[in-house]
Design a protein around this ligand. Structure first.
Ligand code: MG
Ligand code: MG
Length: 265
């Protein structure tokens, strides 16, 4: 079932997504060598609740195990997505993908950003740059009259041109009153295939891109997804509303990039 949103609903989605953007901005202030991923979780959890919202990830059910125990996902280096915040101490040269979700006034926010911890290698920086570019290239295709496959095709083409892996098992999604609505939004695909997008469709677009093989595996915790070859992965996500001429990006990296300044990717 696909729900097209009214302009009022899109504004509510924007508020929730801007709160995610601001929470990620708070995280940008504290990502540095010596910080644990649990500390990042605490910053986000408090910020979200202080602003009258609920972190949607906390308690998110897992059909194969325990519900998600934290308010953000923190995926370090070879972890692709759904890493659980804990005792991992970030060190110089690491990357950490932070995925954050909020529920505010009945609507969901969902956005993710991969942060550098201090200075990272040129190879890793390039992976982040290309993944972020792929996100915006995908977003350019989220317009009325195009199809979902156009988004995936554009993302896949850009990333594979750099010989990176495009994760297949996890995908973007519709978003609204529920964090995960129809349709699914894969980061791979063929042009002109899949669901026909209409104005008012709201989707989270979220390329998960690897430096090497696209093969992944799941940790025993039932959540953490990591690359099979142990190479790094990046994850950038925006929630957008499909528009007639262009997509309206409802989440924001502005708060992050204000903090990072000229160190932003
Ligand atoms: Mg997300
Ligand atoms: Mg998402």
């Amino acid at each position: 079932m696909i729900f097209l949103k009214t302009e009022d609903e899109i504004e509510l989605l924007r508020q929730s997504n801007l709160l995610v953007g601001r929470a990620l901005g708070e995280i940008a202030k504290v990502v540095k060598p010596g910080v644990t991923t649990r500390e990042l979780d605490k910053v986000a959890d408090e910020f979200i609740r202080d602003h009258g919202a609920t972190p949607t990830f906390k308690g998110f059910p897992n059909p194969n195990g325990a519900p998600f125990p934290a308010s953000i996902c923190t995926s370090v280096n070879d972890e692709v997505v759904h890493g659980i915040p804990g005792d991992i101490v970030l060190k110089e040269g690491d990357i950490v993908s932070v995925d954050c979700g909020t529920y505010l006034n009945g609507y969901c926010g969902d956005s993710a950003y991969t942060f550098c911890v201090g200075e990272v290698s040129e190879d890793v920086r390039e992976l982040l740059k290309v993944t972020k570019e792929a996100l915006y290239i995908g977003i350019r295709n989220a317009v009325h009259g195009k199809r979902i496959g156009d988004i995936g095709y554009a993302i896949q083409r850009h990333c594979e041109a750099h010989a990176y892996g495009v994760v297949r098992e996890f995908v973007g999604h519709g978003i609204g009153k529920e964090m995960h609505e129809d349709p699914q939004v894969p980061n791979y695909g063929s042009r002109g295939t899949g669901h026909l997008m209409k104005r008012g469709l709201c989707v989270a677009i979220e390329p998960m891109i690897t430096r090497g093989t696209r093969q992944i595996m799941m940790d025993a915790d039932g959540w953490t997804v990591r690359t099979r070859d142990g190479l790094c992965a990046a994850h950038f996500e925006h929630t957008v509303a499909v528009g007639v001429d262009k997509a309206d990006i409802l989440s924001s990296f502005e708060f992050i990039e204000e903090v990072l300044g000229d160190k932003a990717i």
